[in-house]
Design a protein around this ligand. Sequence first.
Ligand SMILES: Cc1ncc(COP(=O)(O)O)c(C=O)c1O
Length: 469
Amino acid sequence: MRALASFNQLVALARFGARLSHRSERKNTMCCSVEFEDEDRDLSAIRAKGEVLLPLRILAAPSQPDIARIRADFPVLGQRINDKPIVYFDNACMSLRPKAVIEALSTYYTDYSGCHGRVDHSFGTATTKAFKNARASVQAFIGARNPSEILFMRNTTEAINVVANVLRLQPGDAVLCSDLEHNSNLLPWLALRDRSGVEHRVFATNADTSFEMAAFRARLDRKVKLVSVLYSSNLSGVTFPLGDIVREAHSVGAKVLVDGAQGMLSGDMDVRDLDIDFLAFSGHKILGPTGTGVLYGKEELLADLPCFLYGGETVTDTTYDGYTLGRAPDRFEAGLQDYAGAIGLGAAVEYIGGIGKRAIRKQVTKLNTMASEELAKTKGITVIGPTDAAKRGGVLNFRVDGMDSGDVAYLLNKSANLMVRSGKHCVHSWYNARGVPSSVRASFSFYNTPEEVDFFVWTLRDILRFYAN
Ligand SMILES: Cc1ncc(COP(=O)(O)O)c(C=O)c1O
């Protein structure tokens, strides 16, 4: 950081290229054929400040050889925009993919590209084998007892919707969620309430968004048939004590669905040990292909549940007026599947196993601690969630006094190719209840570096200096 500071003093007047008054400067020339365009943003507030040139900051190369080696596995990290390197801090939304995953996808398309099951030709048997292996890899990743407990889905959202639709909840039953849930673990229950009269209950988290057992217990009774809670929050990065939650829920006869969209990359997960009934998670947040996900369900529960979608693969036989449903997983995987995606997801969880969750956690915590300490010293910034960065996983979500969060994210990207997210992060309910308009979220992964964090902090401070009211 200090070396950068002295360098920056020398080049403080260098032109940086963030000529924000030039809206027409929208097409960046690239080292490759991809064109990057800005979103349609109202820049009037920024423009009112006139044309400001931010100081030039240089992004240093990674100082840790092990991280440099890991980064070499992720081709997109070598991308340059306007001839400058990129910094990707939007990992809570979408993780990047290692070559192993990209190769698994492309091998499916180039080498065998068939359907799984009930086929005897070469492509079919190769697909069946790879699909089966992928399911076994995911089974091992979450500690499931049986591969048939792993249902491939498009994402967490779909997996939660499947549970909401097949669980046979009745009017008078209740579903209990926290006040921190993503829309994908809120809307399926609100819609169920609206169409079936199933109560949707909310328990409060603490002011710093951490879990509070007393608040949870106060809302839990025998009417609650399902507790549906996050593993880790995309809003603040806090992690819920799943073991305690499951124990309490089971003591009143409620099942537990865990929204594992966040936390699965760095957090331990053993569904058997935790006695979780259902677990939903997305492949694209754990290095897997886009539009992939998983619903885990205990074998005995799945055996008793109907299909959500009916059609090919879900049955063993049909007549003109009847059908015999198949067993899990086929019963829940209607129609031909995203075989390439599932195989890519299998490769992703294998890759994670090779790096090790402990190493991933260590790097992410280190980066978040560094960034949080710097932001704590920066006037006008309020971090959402616990003060201790170690309790926030890879999430650093903050409000900026005197600036629109969308403008901050736009300027970071425009001036320095620093990609973060702004808005209400699909937890509108939490922001609306507190009158918080929006925030900026940086989310780190294990392939990010301390140098990138330094670069982010410096650039953010420059932006605040020039643009904040
Ligand atoms: C906590 C949480 N739950 C659910 C989701 C929905 O995930 P997906 O869009 O992959 O279905 C997200 C996505 O960011 C999330 O962070």
